[in-house]
Design a protein around this ligand. Structure first.
Ligand SMILES: [Zn+2]
Length: 269
């Protein structure tokens, strides 16, 4: 289903992209894992960067093995237990967001302090987790969120009827930080082709594309977009739209977001 004028990987690499959802402990370079373990005497079940890269990869036979997936983080977190290690990893890497309603007081505190935050929801659990994240905790964005598809009914002839939460999310422009490859690796979606991201975008949700855990999923922003071109027929316009959605949803000042959007539009015209 690749279109005739589909963007190439080189086109995608050249296009500006905005990443909202990428875990610090899921994005270490394999070399850095080895380097930090050596420096702090942390024991690892592998010795070289190549072996580390193999060990952390969650594709292939490891797909759907959630305990194993989480076991991998034990070692990325294990080597990050010193301030300068954390600093190094942060410098080499990205941002984070964390769980639910158990931390209601903390989230209410953040709201009172005019703080921006995102919450993982609609990944391991369905629409109810999304409802809690938005309506109880006050999340501005959703980490993943793609299981809102379960609040949508598809009738014959593909007509979609949105439930009240799904409609609220479209109307309020709630950003979804979707991480397609990661969702396939944790079996949230059967395959890249069957991931609901394209359907959600078509229904008007504010969809963004993200990497989640680059070490475990061996992905980049370019490879994620390329997979959507290959498996869901995305065009360069779809990629630009997702990048603009991400720029609109970034926790930056209004001016900074406008500049980012201008930059994306100038580069894509
Ligand atoms: Zn995540």
């Amino acid at each position: 289903m690749i279109l005739a004028n589909a963007p190439s990987l080189a086109d995608i690499i050249a296009a500006p992209k905005v990443l909202l959802h990428d875990h610090l402990d899921g994005g270490l370079r394999p070399e850095t894992v080895i380097e930090l373990a050596d420096r702090y005497g942390y024991e690892l079940p592998f010795a070289t960067a190549d072996q580390a890269s193999e060990w952390f990869f969650c594709g292939g036979d490891d797909i759907g093995n959630l305990p194993l997936y989480l076991e991998k983080f034990r070692h990325t977190i294990g080597v990050m237990q010193h301030a300068d290690a954390l600093h190094q990893v942060a410098k080499e890497c990205a941002e984070d967001g964390f769980p639910p309603q158990r931390h209601l007081e903390a989230f209410q505190y953040l709201q009172r302090e005019n703080f921006h935050f995102t919450i993982h929801a609609g990944e391991g659990f369905g629409p109810r987790s999304i409802w809690k994240a938005l309506q109880w905790c006050g999340a501005e964005r959703l980490g993943h969120g793609y299981r809102i598809i379960e609040d949508i009914q598809f009738n014959d002839g593909d007509e979609a009827r949105l439930g009240s939460l799904a409609q609220y999310m479209v109307d309020r422009r709630i950003p979804l930080e979707v991480c397609p490859t990661s969702n396939v690796h944790t079996e949230g979606a059967a395959s890249s082709a069957e991931h609901p991201i394209g359907m959600l975008a078509a229904l008007g949700f504010r969809v963004t594309v993200n990497t989640d855990n680059r070490l475990m999923s061996r992905c980049s922003m370019s490879s994620e977009f390329h997979a959507l071109v290959t498996h869901q027929g995305w065009t360069m316009d779809d990629i630009t739209a997702a990048s603009i959605n991400a720029a609109k949803s970034a926790f930056l000042s209004y001016d900074e977001r406008n500049n980012l959007i201008d930059h994306i539009l100038t580069s894509s015209s």
